[in-house]
Design a protein around this ligand. Structure first.
Ligand SMILES: [Zn+2]
Ligand SMILES: [Zn+2]
Length: 71
């Protein structure tokens, strides 16, 4: 079985980590203000699919603490 099949159905970030070039696989969050979806990193530009940065700020609309777990 391929790795992708094992993890299918799980909501994990498919972005690429900056620097390491590894798949992120971080938990996904959705912005309840604008609907932007992606992972949360502790600093800006941590992942190609990053949606939230330190403090829970949405990188798209700038809302703070609007990150909701993707069910
Ligand atoms: Zn990510
Ligand atoms: Zn947003």
């Amino acid at each position: 079985m391929r790795y992708e099949e094992l993890t299918a159905g799980l909501q994990l970030c498919a972005g690429e980590r900056k620097g390491s070039r590894l798949t992120c696989r971080g938990s996904l969050f959705t912005c309840s203000t604008c609907g932007h979806q992606g992972c949360r990193q502790t600093h800006d530009d941590g992942c190609s699919s990053q949606a939230f940065s330190a403090g829970g700020r949405c990188l798209k609309c700038g809302a703070v603490n609007r990150a909701e777990n993707v069910a």
